[in-house]
Design a protein around this ligand. Structure first.
Ligand SMILES: Nc1ncnc2c1ncn2[C@@H]1O[C@H](COP(=O)(O)OP(=O)(O)O)[C@@H](O)[C@H]1O
Ligand SMILES: [Mg+2]
Length: 286
């Protein structure tokens, strides 16, 4: 079992999108996957079409049996966040509470992968994710603000490693929302590579290109491979997931070849109401 935390203290950098796409890709390849939404905003849960008024991450951390917290989606199991998770900071403020996720996970069955989607802050939930994880994936948009926030984040990860989880590693930095048509993304990517070397980590060779299909898939609550298996983002997340699998020690020969084509029952879980058509003609006079 490998536990992977998607992280960055900045919001809007593709943590949730990466967690969704990696969970769906691994699930489609035949791995057993549990995703845990560790962000009170619940974007992962929402995009998965999960019920949010039911038992979820908050209860799981509070000791509820895993089977009462897990919802099934087509390709992965999910422990969904609900608004009560925003009380976590108050609720789990005792010393030692950075260990509650790790302890709770000892009660779940042996999944191949557990994917943790974290919030954009270094709160008790994120610290729990670092304490439980084997590897962190640092999601960054290729811009200078993300670059300047990188050192601070790596310090937080080193702190968690030193005090709570010796086996935590940084699998690498994933560049997301990459604008391949502009040269600035390329130049910033080079800066990330240099900084990564100094920080003793790597930038994944796959970058995730900006693709409107990502937003559309999330709006329709279906994964990117259902929505448009041939768009840039689907291609990029396919190759990133394989790269991550190998980076975490997966055997190249055992990477499952089969990837199911989208089928009729893959259709979006919700339909988006069409905008009423604007009347362009003037009202006919009676
Ligand atoms: N590769 C991409 N192309 C286009 N939009 C993206 C891409 N990745 C993420 N987004 C969009 O950017 C926004 C923030 O992404 P999200 O994954 O929620 O970031 P975070 O979890 O870090 O806050 C969302 O609206 C998402 O749909
Ligand atoms: Mg998010």
């Amino acid at each position: 079992m490998k536990i992977i935390a998607m992280t960055n203290k900045k919001g809007g950098v593709g943590k949730t999108t990466t967690a969704l796409c990696v969970a769906a890709c691994l699930g489609r390849r035949g791995f057993s996957v549990l995703a845990i939404d560790m962000d009170a905003q619940g974007n992962f849960s929402q995009a998965s079409g999960a019920k949010r008024e039911t038992t979820g991450t908050f209860d799981f951390l509070n000791g509820s049996p895993p089977q009462s917290c897990i919802q099934k989606t087509k390709w992965y199991d999910l422990i969904a966040a609900d608004a009560r998770l925003s009380r976590a900071e108050k609720e789990f403020s005792q010393p030692g509470n950075e260990l509650i996720l790790k302890k709770a996970l000892t009660r779940v069955k042996d999944y191949d992968y557990i994917i943790l989607d974290t919030s954009p802050s270094m709160n008790v939930l994120t610290l729990n994710a670092f304490t439980a994880a084997d590897a962190a994936v640092v999601c960054c948009q290729p811009d200078v603000f993300s670059l300047s926030g990188l050192d601070d984040l790596m310090k937080n990860i080193s702190f968690a490693k030193a005090y709570y989880n010796k086996s935590l590693s940084v699998a690498g930095i994933l560049l997301t929302r990459y604008e391949s048509r502009t040269s600035i993304s390329g130049r910033t990517a080079e800066m990330f590579k240099e900084r990564a070397k100094e920080l003793d980590t790597q930038v994944f060779s796959t970058v995730i290109r900006e693709s409107v299909a990502i937003k559309e898939a999330q709006m329709r609550q279906c994964d990117i491979f259902e929505y448009s298996a041939t768009c840039h983002a689907a291609d990029d997340y396919q190759s990133f997931t394989k790269e991550l699998y190998l980076a975490l020690g997966g055997d190249k020969k055992k990477w499952p070849k089969h990837f199911p084509e989208p089928s009729a029952d893959d259709s979006p879980r919700i339909s988006i109401p069409r905008q009423p058509r604007k009347r362009t003609t003037t009202m006919r006079r009676r």
